[in-house]
Design a protein around this ligand. Structure first.
Ligand code: SAM
Length: 327
């Protein structure tokens, strides 16, 4: 039996590791007032701790790793983290989610270190709207970085946009123009409620299915999902090079396809983005000879994973915002 499997028959070959809760953006739905370190004095996992963590997970069958945050690129040793992760035996896909602010400067360095997939958050293709959402007038530079990634032949280039009523929910035409000739996959993510964003959520939440119906009426076709794929329902269209994915966490059966686990920047295992607890793995990352204990601890916790999240009931668990857990 696959070691990382739960009592509902789901397997978890995919780990999302946050390397920092800090972020340099102030996205309206996540950290509208910017990042503040708060009371916690525990720093993020060090390179040796990350290495041990990844050895433990690959031992149990994890092969796809996503580095996320906060904003991973605020970590000065990010390239070393990528290089180290890529060298861990068993990691076959190394992805990163980033706001793209350092893409033009670091892309080649990251690719040389072993990065083979990137998701860049771009909530709007309109420069002013982008600045309003993120607090930074950086759209042009980020789009330039994305084109560089395509030119450099990065195997997987994706864009994330959080769908928000009266903010960007009428932007499909500009996205379609962008996707016509670009080998990128665009992900529309339905806005999720978190501990801190209830008022924003109530005002701007819009069901992703609305957009999905629009795509179907325009001739976009649903593709089959790969076993280690992310949560998106992916669509293609014969007239477009790019693809569109829909991430609809409020849709029926969303959690049935869950294939990922998360570890926070300080080393807590989170069985669900919206779970009620974290399991501290850091004490088991202090020396190389703890590998067996680590594997046993992870294996012993998988059975506690719930069948689904409780977002429909407004229960957001211990996640005040996604930067805290690793979005
Ligand atoms: N800083 C990186 C970035 O900008 O992509 C990585 C971390 S960010 C928390 C990861 C993803 O979560 C981004 O695409 C972001 O737009 C998305 N996100 C954050 N809060 C969200 C929310 N409440 N609902 C849906 N998506 C959210």
């Amino acid at each position: 039996m696959f070691p990382l499997a739960d009592r509902y028959g789901r397997r978890f070959p995919y780990l999302r590791l946050s390397v920092t809760p800090a972020c340099n953006f102030r996205c309206t739905y996540c950290l509208p007032h910017g990042y503040h370190a708060g009371a916690s004095t525990a720093g993020p996992l060090s390179l040796p701790e990350i290495t041990r963590l990844l050895r433990g997970f690959t031992e149990m069958g994890m092969h796809k790793l996503r580095i996320t945050g906060g904003e991973p690129s605020v970590r000065k040793d990010l390239t070393d983290i990528l290089r180290t992760a890529a060298a861990v035996s068993g990691v076959t896909k190394l992805a990163m989610t980033t706001n793209g602010t350092l893409l033009t400067h670091r892309l080649h360095e990251w690719m040389d270190a072993g990065l083979n997939a990137i998701n860049v958050s771009v909530d709007s293709l309109d420069r002013a709207a982008f600045a309003r959402i993120t607090g930074h007038d950086k759209l042009d530079d980020i789009l330039h970085g994305l084109d560089m990634a395509l030119e450099a032949g990065l195997p997987s280039v994706k864009l994330n946009a959080v769908l928000m009523r009266d903010v960007n929910d009428n932007d499909l035409p500009s996205w379609l123009a962008y996707l016509r000739d670009r080998r990128v996959s665009m992900r529309f993510i339905e806005l999720m409620q978190t501990g801190d964003n209830l008022a924003f959520f109530r005002k701007h939440h819009v069901r992703a299915e609305v957009l999905e119906s629009e795509l179907l009426s325009l001739g976009w076709q649903l593709l089959r999902r790969a076993a280690d794929a992310g949560p998106a329902r992916e669509y293609r269209h014969p007239d477009y090079v790019g693809r569109i994915g829909i991430i609809a966490p409020y849709s029926k059966d969303f959690c049935t396809g869950c294939n990922r686990l998360r570890v926070t920047a300080t080393g807590d295992l989170r069985l669900c983005l919206f779970g009620e607890f974290g399991i501290p793995l850091r004490p088991l990352l202090q020396s190389d000879d703890q590998l067996e204990d680590l594997v046993r601890a992870i294996g012993g916790q998988i059975g506690r994973k719930e069948q689904g999240h409780f977002l429909h009931e407004g229960r957001t668990g211990i996640t005040p915002h996604l930067a805290s857990t690793g979005g």
